[in-house]
Unconditional design. Sequence first.
Length: 247
Amino acid sequence: MDKTPYIEGIFNYCNRRCELCAFTERCGLFRDLRAYEQRHPDRGPLEQVHDNFQECFRLLEQWCKREGIDFEALQREAQSEEAEAQMKRAESEVHGDPLQKLATAYTLAASKLVDGLSAARTLRRWPPDVDAAVETIGWYAGMIGAKVHRALHGFADRSEEPGDAVEDVVQNDWNGTAKVARLIVGESKDAWRIVMQGGNAPEDSPLKELVDLLDRIDVALEERFPRAMDFLRPGFDEPLSASVLNE
């Protein structure tokens, strides 16, 4: 029987760089991903996401039946015109948000530059730290826009209806997601500086504009989510309890 002390929810606020993570043995998602790969070695990431979604949907339906909840009624409510209109309004609001526009602009620009840098890497040898920096930039290029989107969406969708459960002012999903966004923004800035230093980039290099853009994103995140850095991410920011350490 597997007695590995898994840390509940640790994968919700990480950077998905499992190969660099010290908590893989305590991450339930990492365990599930590796088990899936062993069972289905020929299936790709998209198929894996689809299968995981179907399994979650099946488990949710089972739970509703066990708890006496009308699952079909929940589906109808989620697919109602009112729910769909509300979702579209929230998505439009987030899509037009100045912070999201900054993040999207960075994602597009950084992705193109990383493609160019990756092509150039095949023609010349770079120091190991520059190679690692390019990989870091590429890994986070799309993630920054996605994390900003999730944080903005979560805040926009928060419940303010009387009688609903009150969200914790710090320990909520939008703060946790915004914290991850700020952390990967910081790592991306450091990585760009390594690339510029390794390539002897001039002071007026266009690459510096991307660092300036990341600075603007970071400032905007701090303004919009002032308590984000106080959020305690399971495992990463919380000390493990004595019971877990002794398992």
